[in-house]
Design a protein around this ligand. Structure first.
Ligand code: MG
Length: 174
């Protein structure tokens, strides 16, 4: 069965350019995200978030800080009638070349292991960067680019199957 994999920063919440969301106050949802996830909950058997969080590896935030932000977010999702089955995050530094860090596909493999019904070839990856698209492509998924940089799709057309300006636009068309 197909699952939906969602990147976080730039898809769910506003990206902080050259910085990290280290506390709940900085975690600002993009308009329409909660409605989008409530729509996805009717279309997909599983919904996962997959996010690189090297701010932890850099010591800028702790696992507890991240858990606080994600706990708050999951409450908003459920209150809006949506669902996220599990959040996967990779705290490793880029330089560590962790298999769990996108664009390597460790988090997708982990989700398939945790939820054995998941078939990656029937799944969809939504992200806002070329790295997310590469992650999805390597895992055999359909890829959906969202966000303010549609040019990523022109620069790497082999990685991007669909483009929408934001998550809600995709939800209304999926
Ligand atoms: Mg992102």
């Amino acid at each position: 069965m197909g699952a939906l994999f969602l990147d976080r920063d730039g898809v769910i919440n506003r990206r902080i350019i050259d910085g990290y969301v280290t506390r709940r106050e900085d975690f600002v949802l993009i308009d329409g995200v909660l409605e989008a996830i409530s729509i996805f909950a009717r279309h997909f058997d599983h919904i996962f978030m997959v996010t690189n969080q090297q701010g932890i590896g850099k010591g800028l935030m702790t696992e507890a800080d991240l858990a606080d932000i994600h706990g708050w977010f999951l409450k908003q999702v459920e209150a809006a009638g949506g669902r996220i089955d599990r959040i996967y995050h990779c705290p490793a530094l880029k330089a560590e070349h962790s298999f769990m860090r996108k664009p390597s596909i460790g988090m997708a493999i982990q989700a398939r292991h945790d939820f054995p019904g998941v078939v990656l070839k029937q799944s969809v990856m939504v992200g806002d960067t070329a790295s997310d698209m590469l992650f999805g492509r390597r895992a055999g998924m359909t890829t959906v680019l969202v966000g303010d940089e549609p040019e990523i799709g022109r620069k790497t057309p082999h990685l991007v199957d669909y483009y929408y300006p934001d998550l809600l636009s995709y939800a209304k068309n999926c």
